[in-house]
Design a protein around this ligand. Structure first.
Ligand code: TUI
Length: 314
């Protein structure tokens, strides 16, 4: 492939990020993806700020390749995490579920490459003006916290509005999806759901099984009534959550209490009352395999598609 601005900016071999999935994305997964030539990301949502610091240190022991940290901006310890990553000399940050403007100066002064996840053109423009190095445009096919627009419409509109490079996310889990994202003008892709089934991913076996058994219609978005829509696998838990949301006799506090801690319980315990966050492409994830195979299948698959398209049409 021709020169790629994301690979040049971050010093990575392949233009693919592993999503910084809350409670999931630890040093083991991030290091495996980085070792394979992509960008591994550690989630800031873990058992507190010191636990995240430990994951950063572990990751450095596992790989000398670039990796980053994803900062969940709505977390109560976001301020602490924002300062800790500077102390630890992290070089690459992505952010999610909000605007990171309040931290931008501190991070830029520390020489950090900052790549906010955005779900709209308006926020993307704000991020570029604030000094972001790139943005991840994440469509609502994604697992976890989602915006309103979907990848096919969001990515080209963000690409058209910005000068900085755009990474596409949401619904991408193989070479076809990555090739499509490049066609939309993205310069890299971010993949979450498929990495749930990576050998190096430490989610509970039950979580992996649920992803592998999923079909095209296995996910549901809940939490809209709370202002925090989340896509997860349909389970008795998520269906109950949805019913509570549509029942006027159930208060917001009751719904919040019902959902509290549910993602951690799914990731660590495979619990029946857990929240199994996953994207719409879960139905395309068919096996557990090394992160390196996933990275190569997606990127080399995309390159093959683009090459054959060029050969056939030029
Ligand atoms: O952040 C994510 N996905 C996440 S965070 C998460 S943690 C969690 N969530 C619920 C329960 C328990 C744990 C799980 N999944 N993706 C990045 C993302 N950011 N997607 C969409 C956005 C977004 C949406 C609106 C970013 C900014 C925004 O508006 C900000 C503003 O202030 O305008």
């Amino acid at each position: 492939m021709a020169e790629n601005r994301i690979c040049n900016l971050l010093g990575i071999e392949y233009p693919i990020f592993q999503g910084g999935m809350a409670w999931v994305a630890d040093a083991s997964l991030a290091a495996a993806v980085s070792q394979a030539g992509g960008l591994g990301l550690i989630s800031s949502v873990n058992a507190g700020t010191e636990a995240v610091r430990n994951e950063i240190r572990k990751c450095r022991e596992l790989t000398d390749k670039p990796f980053g940290v994803n900062i969940m901006l709505q977390a109560p310890n976001a301020d602490e995490i924002a300062a800790m990553v500077v102390e630890e000399g992290v070089k690459i940050l992505t952010t999610g579920a909000g605007s990171p403007v309040r931290y931008m100066q501190m991070w830029k002064d520390a020489g950090i490459k900052v790549i906010p996840v955005v779900a709209s053109v308006a926020l993307a423009l704000k991020m570029e003006a604030a000094g972001a190095d790139a943005v991840v445009a994440e469509g609502a096919e994604s697992g976890g916290h989602v915006g309103e627009l979907h990848t096919m419409a969001l990515v080209p509109q963000v690409v058209d509005a910005l000068n900085i490079p755009v990474i596409a996310a949401g619904g991408i889990c193989d070479g076809r999806g990555a090739a499509a994202a490049f066609m939309l003008g993205a310069e890299a892709v971010q993949v979450g759901t498929r990495f749930l089934a990576a050998e190096e991913c430490n989610v509970h076996e039950v979580y992996k099984e649920k992803v592998i058994k999923a079909t095209d219609i296995s996910t549901i978005v809940t939490g809209k009534s709370l202002g925090h829509p989340v896509r997860s696998l349909k389970t008795p838990f998520s269906k109950t959550f949805a019913r509570m949301e549509s029942d006027p006799s159930v208060s917001k506090d009751e719904i919040l209490a019902f959902g509290s801690g549910a993602l951690r319980k799914a990731v660590q315990e495979g619990a029946s009352d857990g929240s199994y966050m996953a994207g719409e492409c879960a139905g395309m994830v068919k096996k557990i395999e090394p992160a390196q195979d996933i990275v190569e299948d997606i990127i080399l698959g995309a390159y093959r598609i683009i090459e054959s398209y060029c050969n056939d049409t030029m």
